[in-house]
Design a protein around this ligand. Structure first.
Ligand code: MTE
Length: 427
């Protein structure tokens, strides 16, 4: 995931990533629709970068570290790890919080900063050649007059778990070094996007919709303005289970999570769930933005030169509600807790290993497994030997997908689904 991280190494990764992608783009090997190629060339010239000279492009650029994350809610250190403009939930802090992630614990992924929008004057414009008429504008009150739907669903960053490409598989990936806390599950309440699109007059031959955020335009570390965050969705998904949510866990949507209205795209990578949505283009032609071309595709040795198809569903993952390197007493009964989820189906089972993967035992599930949501689980452990060891949790979903021991590398570190080896010490 691209970021404007303050961590020196990630800021450097970001700059390196941008330069490499620009180089590929110039060579016609990558696409970044939404940025005019001539503008890019001008930008490169202004930066004193000779186009076609990869050595010039590979000179490290200085990326300014943001002074503050631009997040409105408090980010106490026991609950969050701040990563540039983003805040990762410390998974251990979810213990005992219930099924839904409280706003006080929910991770924040901001490309820029949280805007504070006035719900009274907010409007959503639905427009484009995929509509039969001129389009339609909805106020918040208009949306609230439509049938309200509540869905419990996770939102998870496609780069969640990225840090383990490096720490566990020995090959680090570019972008924010999330561990497993770039996910939260909430009860989202709002209008169906399908109802809004039908009221706006969606045509039968419309193929894509493109929600766009009202937050500031995103400028990459090397100064390229990619415009407002926007990520196309195929009409089939848009008409299926997507919400225009104005409530989170029974309260008005808070500023950091998209107030007054955000898109919630169950099961899909978090970038699809546009926060602070201001307009939605409906189109008869496929739509592109940097967020389904340059980013949120898989690039690397195992993938086609132009990258994989744009990412859609999330993969299967599991996490312990334990700090990394936690100390646990020997000769004591421990109740290990955690959560597992999948974008493909409901979680069918979770197996836990307390001996670094030699033996596995089924964990007890504490929620009715549902698609697009996570389950809480627990497992008993009575360690006898002292010293460092690893705890492993491995989920299988109803489509038969099981977390693998290792996962295929991609340069941007998306969709890490391998079993995470959680280091602990028995004392
Ligand atoms: N929408 C806008 N307008 N701006 C953003 O920066 N970030 C996206 C998505 N929607 C983003 C956005 C990404 S990458 C993710 S993972 C989710 O929002 C995060 O949602 P959250 O901050 O509510 O956890």
């Amino acid at each position: 995931m691209t970021t404007t991280d303050d961590a020196h190494d990630t800021a450097h990764d970001e700059a390196a990533h941008d330069r490499r992608r620009l180089r590929q783009w110039l060579a016609g090997r990558a696409r970044a629709d939404g940025v005019d190629r001539r503008d890019l060339l001008k930008l490169l010239a202004a930066a004193g970068i000779a186009t076609g000279l990869p050595t010039a492009l590979s000179t490290p650029a200085r990326a300014a570290a943001p002074a503050a994350p631009g997040i409105v809610k408090p980010l106490p250190a026991e609950r969050f790890t701040v990563r540039g403009t983003n805040a990762e939930t410390n998974f251990a802090s979810l213990a005992g919080t219930g099924h839904s992630t409280p706003v006080s614990h929910f991770f924040v992924r901001n490309h820029t900063t949280t805007p504070q929008l006035d719900p009274m004057s907010w409007e959503l414009q639905v427009w484009g050649n995929g509509l039969a008429g001129p389009g339609r504008t909805f106020t918040l009150a208009d949306l609230k007059r439509l049938p309200a739907v509540t869905r419990s669903s996770f939102i998870e960053c496609a780069g969640n778990g990225r840090a383990f490409y490096g720490s566990q598989q020995g090959r680090g990936a570019e972008g924010t070094a999330w561990t497993l806390g770039a996910i939260g599950s909430a009860r989202w309440r709002g209008a169906r996007l399908a109802d809004v699109l039908r009221l706006a007059g969606i045509r039968r031959d419309a193929v894509d919709v493109l929600p766009r955020g009202l937050d500031a335009e995103y400028v990459t570390a090397n100064g390229t303005n990619l415009g407002h965050v926007r990520r196309p969705l195929p009409v089939a998904k848009a008409l299926d289970d997507v919400l225009l949510a104005y409530e989170m866990n029974g309260e008005p949507l808070p500023p950091d999570h998209g107030a007054p209205v955000r898109v919630v795209v169950p099961s899909w990578v978090g970038i699809a769930s546009t926060k602070w949505v201001g307009d939605i283009e409906v189109s008869r032609e496929p739509l592109f933005s940097p967020w389904n071309t340059d980013f949120y595709r898989l690039f690397g040795d195992a993938y086609p030169a132009g990258g994989s198809a744009p990412l859609t569903r999330q993969t299967v993952k599991s996490a312990f509600e334990l700090p990394w390197n936690a100390s646990l007493s020997a000769h004591t009964h421990h109740r290990l807790t955690g959560r597992s989820w999948s974008g493909a189906g409901a979680v069918a089972r979770v197996d836990v290993s307390t001996d670094a993967g030699r033996t596995w035992h089924p964990a007890q599930l504490h929620d009715t497994p549902r698609r697009a949501d996570w389950v809480r689980w627990s497992a008993r452990w009575h360690p006898t030997a002292t010293g460092p060891t690893e705890l492993l949790a491995r989920a299988t979903d109803t489509t038969g997908r099981t977390q693998p021991a290792t996962t295929t590398y991609n340069t941007q570190g998306y969709l890490f689904d391998a079993v995470v080896r959680h280091a602990v010490t028995v004392v």
